[in-house]
Design a protein. Structure first.
Length: 655
């Protein structure tokens, strides 16, 4: 009937049209027949209308029936999907879910009408905005996608759960088995071994290899000895993670190995983690090893996305007695100097006697070689103005320039030498560094992350007492044109720098420190004149004693906060920190003081506490026995709390 209905309708329409046409043709000829034809056409049209209404109603019933059938089929299809599917309303409550959802996520419970977030820990708003999210549920990991539907002023959210547990299990296994290169070296092996007996060398070698074999025995990696003091290891991530969690206990075990019963062994370790290939991993491991050695050794270094992560570093750097490296550096520097038109020298901001003294001594040696040398200093922000004035009065040669003048003068054929710092953030003038085409660095501070990485020569010795000691050693190897010797004021400047950083030859002094001082005394250094450079006014002395009197002891650390401001606070505060070390049972001292824009902390130690590590936690750095930091946007009281927290953290980790 349904298939024939349109044909019948067409026949009726044709008959009605034919009847109307015949009526028009016979109009006026046969009125009776015409009326019959008009009546017949009207009846036919009426029948067409009735059939059309019937057909439309029947079609709607058919479509409605088919729609219900399709909806039922779709529901059955969704219910039979092999992945969990759920529908929630605007109140985040379940209004529908398929069978597998009830089994895997609902765990057999009837969750209809329950809150979605009570079963699945996921943020719906972020899921809607991102379109997808990872979600762990009942030991499985699902990739959840959301699709929103609006119908009849109602909103529904259809959630599809794709089980990615197998994928992430494989990914985790691949990540854990990823190989990493680890480089282990014995610090200053040649210097320690040169005076040891053959039996002591053999015993040390055996103990060292046993220690490393024990270190590797808990892993499935392997290690290869490439030289008497260097080992290369390949470790999977899963084993490297446990070693990192254990904070590289091999560093502590190595110190128990002592050559001739008195010289402890220390390791430096570079870890090439996070590389995509073994070649890249080796390159990263070598960078980390350089960083460990640059910070004095006895530590492990891992490169991260935000910089470096350090472990260990609790022992002092071992002094190298051989000067072969210094001689090589001096010869290389002399070649660069002779091929440069002018040489500019600068230190760090708020330069002290070591920074300015090293710069002055080096400039004096360069002028003996017939080179035009200048020292860039900001006198308004300097702690060694007494030394600058003394050198100016004696030389009268325009040695000192402002950083701005040096920036204007430096050209493509000139060279810049940076002394007593290697950190780009601490330079006297960052603009001068940026304009320099050839840069040489001479520094003794432990290596930091933001170091100058484009230096032609990077002479870095963290075991040296001071930059002045390093410069004194270098200038002894320069070839001078005449018989003239270094002027007394330059020798005094270098000796003042050594005395400042060694606390009058008490801290961080080695054999080479006294040899450098002896050389300076030989060329005319006056110890009385140097002593006068350290003199303070009576008011400065009172402020220093005021800071010392305000100190409090916390965990064997003396902490003093200067609640006043003065023009010489940058000089007085470090001196007060030195004085606090003279108190019984004080292993470290910290003086906190405010300058116009920052809160500063000056830290000192006798060696039992590594103040460098404490200051690094607060964004600073320095040496194991002398360090500092600057804090912005905090009060003195907040700085004290942060310092106490950092001290407690280091004490907890036995640093």
């Amino acid at each position: 009937m349904k298939k024939k209905f349109p044909a019948v309708l067409m026949i009726l329409l044709v008959l009605s049209l034919g009847t109307i046409s015949a009526a028009y043709l016979l109009h006026g000829q046969n009125e009776q027949l015409t009326n019959v034809l008009f009546i017949s056409s009207a009846v036919l049209i009426f029948i067409c209308i009735i059939y059309t209404i019937f057909y439309s109603r029947n079609s709607m019933r058919h479509i409605s029936k088919m729609n219900k059938h399709l909806e039922s089929s779709a529901a059955e299809f969704m219910n039979s999907l092999p992945a969990p599917v759920a529908v929630i309303d605007e109140q985040k409550q379940f209004v529908w879910y398929n069978q597998i959802f009830a089994e895997k996520i609902g765990l057999g419970q009837d969750v209809y009408g329950h809150d979605f977030e009570g079963f699945v820990k996921i943020d719906i708003d972020s899921l809607i905005s991102n379109g997808t999210a990872l979600c762990p549920v009942n030991g499985c990991i699902y990739d959840v996608t959301a699709e929103k539907f609006d119908k009849n002023d109602m909103s529904f959210l259809v959630l599809y759960f794709h089980d990615d547990t197998g994928y992430y299990a494989v990914k985790k296994s691949m990540d854990e088995s990823h190989p990493n290169v680890v480089v282990i070296t014995i610090d200053n092996y040649d210097d320690i071994m040169q005076n040891a007996k053959e039996s002591e060398k053999a015993q040390t070698s055996v103990e060292t290899e046993k220690l490393i074999e024990n270190f590797m025995s808990k892993t499935n990696g392997f290690i290869k000895k490439t030289s008497p003091n260097t080992f290369f290891a390949i470790l999977e991530n899963r084993h490297l993670k446990s070693i990192i969690d254990g904070k590289f206990k091999i560093l502590d075990a190595a110190r128990n190995i002592k050559i001739a019963g008195k010289y402890p062994l220390t390791f430096s370790i570079g870890v090439g983690q996070g590389a995509s290939s073994l070649a890249e991993s080796e390159n990263i491991a070598r960078q980390c090893l350089d960083m460990a050695l640059g910070r004095g050794g006895d530590q492990a270094v891992i490169k991260t996305e935000n910089g470096y992560r350090f472990f260990g570093g609790v022992s002092k750097g071992v002094e190298k007695r051989s000067r072969s490296k210094t001689r090589i550096i001096a010869n290389a520097m002399q070649d660069l100097i002779m091929h440069s038109e002018r040489i500019f020298i600068m230190g760090h901001r708020f330069g002290d006697l070591d920074s300015v003294g090293a710069a002055c001594g080096l400039a004096g040696a360069l002028r003996l070689m017939g080179k035009e040398a200048y020292v860039a200093v900001d006198r308004s922000k300097n702690l060694a103005t007494n030394l600058i004035d003394a050198v100016d009065d004696e030389t009268k040669c325009g040695l000192f320039l402002t950083p701005y003048d040096a920036e204007e003068m430096i050209g493509t054929n000139d060279m810049l030498i940076v002394v007593d710092t290697h950190n780009k953030d601490f330079l006297e003038s960052h603009e001068l560094y940026e304009k320099a085409h050839s840069v040489v660095v001479i520094d003794h501070h432990r290596k930091t992350v933001n170091f100058i990485d484009d230096a032609v020569i990077f002479h870095h010795e963290p075991y040296a007492s001071s930059a002045s000691e390093m410069v004194t050693e270098i200038i002894q190897y320069f070839n001078y044109s005449g018989d003239e010797k270094l002027q007394n004021c330059f020798a005094d400047a270098l000796l003042a720098g050594i005395m400042l950083d060694t606390k009058n030859f008490v801290m961080r002094t080695g054999v080479r420190t006294f040899e450098a001082a002896a050389y300076l005394k030989k060329v005319g250094a006056d110890t009385v004149a140097v002593k006068l450079l350290f003199s303070n006014s009576i008011d400065s002395y009172r402020r220093k004693t005021q800071i010392v009197a305000s100190a409090k002891i916390h965990n064997n650390c003396a902490i003093a906060a200067a609640d006043f401001r003065s023009d010489d606070i940058r000089v007085v505060a470090p001196q007060a920190a030195d004085e606090l070390l003279g108190i019984s049972d004080v292993d470290a001292s910290f003086v906190i003081y405010r300058t116009p824009n920052t809160v500063n902390i000056s830290a000192r130690s006798l060696g039992a506490v590594n103040v460098q590590v404490i200051m690094e936690q607060l964004g600073g750095g320095g040496h194991q026995t002398m360090a500092a930091t600057q804090l912005e946007g905090v009060t003195v009281e907040e700085a004290v709390k942060s310092l106490i927290f950092a001290i407690d953290e280091c004490a907890k980790n036995n640093i």
